[in-house]
Design a protein around this ligand. Structure first.
Ligand SMILES: [Zn+2]
Ligand SMILES: [Zn+2]
Length: 308
């Protein structure tokens, strides 16, 4: 029997997990941010304002902007402690309780007595949050930096704001190194929208849940029941002993990646399914899938662990 990726009941809900408002350095107020995402066909967002003293440690309450077709998950982008380059950590915490105790982070500069990034990430995870390492390329973190955040559920491998504004939006290399070292991490694509540049509606997650509620979405995020996209859909992935099959929206390329240099690729026209041999993936303990459409837009599955 092949291992299917998306076996949980429910349907896919589209969401953006990294967003700012004027409660920190975004341009729009929280209600307007929610309205715009709703109007663009999103099912949910997490407003993740910068959790520093400069902005009064906001965990912005967006619950008033929920309705039948749209929901919100409380969250924040946390900052504390220094990476090896001396710059402060940026860590996403989705599903943070409103009374989460802030680190001593007056602004975006780490100080000698700062809580470490690893510590605040662990506290956020223990408090029930889905934790992601934000924009590794933009932050210029090392693999060792990323490796130190042991509480992370995911790596933000696509950040649309960073892609649009400084061409440092992609961080698949950091993720793949961590996977090769045996870290069971998922991946997310986000906007990091501030609405002061064309930094919105570019990257999102598709979360499979039984209902569009903050609780169900958060549980599905933690369980890895989602994929990330800049456009294409991934409907199903089946992993057999010697093959991988992918069902998706019309695409021109399907790739399966694994440990080291292991990859398998099929190119075609308007493909909605692909059958790829695992021969060149060797004995990789993990596999993940990329789908690319005619416009060059990509979607990424989470890794699936198929061995030790
Ligand atoms: Zn950031
Ligand atoms: Zn941000």
């Amino acid at each position: 029997m092949p291992t299917s990726f998306y076996t949980a009941p429910g349907k896919f809900y589209r969401g953006n997990l990294h967003t700012h408002s004027d409660r920190s350095d975004g341009v729009l107020d929280p209600q307007e941010v929610c309205q715009r995402y709703h109007a663009e066909g999103y099912d949910f967002i997490s407003l993740t304002d910068h959790f520093v003293g400069l902005y009064d440690y906001p965990i912005t309450d967006t619950s008033n902007y929920r309705d039948n077709g749209f929901t919100t998950i409380l969250g924040a982008e946390m900052h504390t402690g220094a990476m090896s380059n001396g710059l402060i950590w940026h860590l996403l915490a989705i599903g943070l309780p409103a009374d989460f105790t802030p680190p001593d982070a007056p602004n975006f500069v780490s100080h000698d007595s700062s809580e470490t990034g690893a510590s605040v990430a662990q506290r956020a995870r223990d408090a029930g949050a889905f934790v992601a390492i934000a924009h590794p390329h933009w932050s210029r973190m090392t693999e060792a930096d990323a490796h130190s955040i042991t509480a992370a559920h995911a790596v933000e491998i696509y950040n649309h704001g960073c892609a649009v504004d400084n061409d440092r939006g992609e961080s698949l290399m950091v993720l793949d190194h961590l996977l090769d070292q045996g870290n069971h991490l998922n991946l997310i694509a986000t906007d990091d929208a501030h609405f002061n540049t064309p930094d919105h509606f570019g990257g999102w997650v598709m979360v499979k849940a039984t209902e569009n509620s903050p609780e169900a979405l958060l549980a599905a995020l933690k369980a890895g029941e989602f994929y990330s996209s800049l456009g294409p859909q991934i409907d199903d992935i089946r992993v057999g002993d010697d093959y991988v099959e992918v069902d998706c929206s019309a695409c021109v390329t399907i790739i399966v990646q694994g440990r080291g240099t292991g990859t398998a690729t099929v190119h075609g026209a308007s493909m909605t399914t692909g059958h790829l041999s695992r021969e060149r993936l060797g004995s990789s303990p993990w596999l993940r899938v990329t789908v690319i459409d005619r416009a060059g837009k990509r979607a990424w599955s989470n890794p699936v662990w198929v061995g030790d």
